[in-house]
Design a protein around this ligand. Structure first.
Ligand SMILES: [Zn+2]
Length: 170
């Protein structure tokens, strides 16, 4: 891993930004470069990744239906859209991070995003809806419920690595 610290942060202007770059070889996906930056002064963080071999744009649909599915590897770039039908859609954009994780890691991230969105929410029906979604995610994480996960990425930089995945070219 390469690391450069003491860089100027574009958010707060202080020279406390650290840049990291790493290369990984992921089975059934290929080699990928992973980038990250984080600022100790203001807490700004950003990560993304890029495959080192060309890949085609695709949409991946995966049904999480048992505990073993939680360990399936997920590669999600900043240009991907992550969707859980009737629950959440996280589009690509400047605030969208790229990361390599597992299905469990994705569900934990979605759970935190829903939790953050209902914290301080005044509308009771919105809070109740969010709480029910978190309950559903907790059941899936405990292997007691099913959920569908869809990742689409026109740049081809993302994947869900499982034989159970349905892949559609986009
Ligand atoms: Zn900063």
């Amino acid at each position: 891993m390469e690391e450069i610290s003491g860089q100027q942060c574009m958010m707060c202007g202080k020279n406390e930004l650290t840049l990291r770059e790493d290369e990984l070889d992921i089975p059934y996906f290929g080699r990928v470069a992973v980038f990250g930056m984080s600022c100790t002064a203001c807490g700004y963080k950003k990560s993304d990744l890029e495959p080192l071999e060309p890949r085609e744009g695709a949409e991946y649909t995966f049904e999480v239906s048992c505990e073993a599915d939680l360990n399936v590897k997920v590669i999600k770039s900043g240009s991907a859209t992550l969707k859980i039908p009737r629950m959440i859609t996280q589009s690509s954009g400047p605030a969208s991070n790229g990361y390599i994780t597992t299905v469990e890691g994705v569900l934990e991230r979605v759970k935190s995003a829903i939790q953050a969105s209902i914290n301080g929410e005044d509308d009771k029906s919105v809070r109740t809806k969010g709480k029910n979604q978190i309950k559903k995610l907790n059941n899936v994480l405990a292997g007691r419920d099913k959920i569908k996960l869809i990742i689409s990425d026109k740049s081809g930089c993302s994947s869900i690595v499982s034989d159970k995945v349905t892949t559609k070219k986009i």
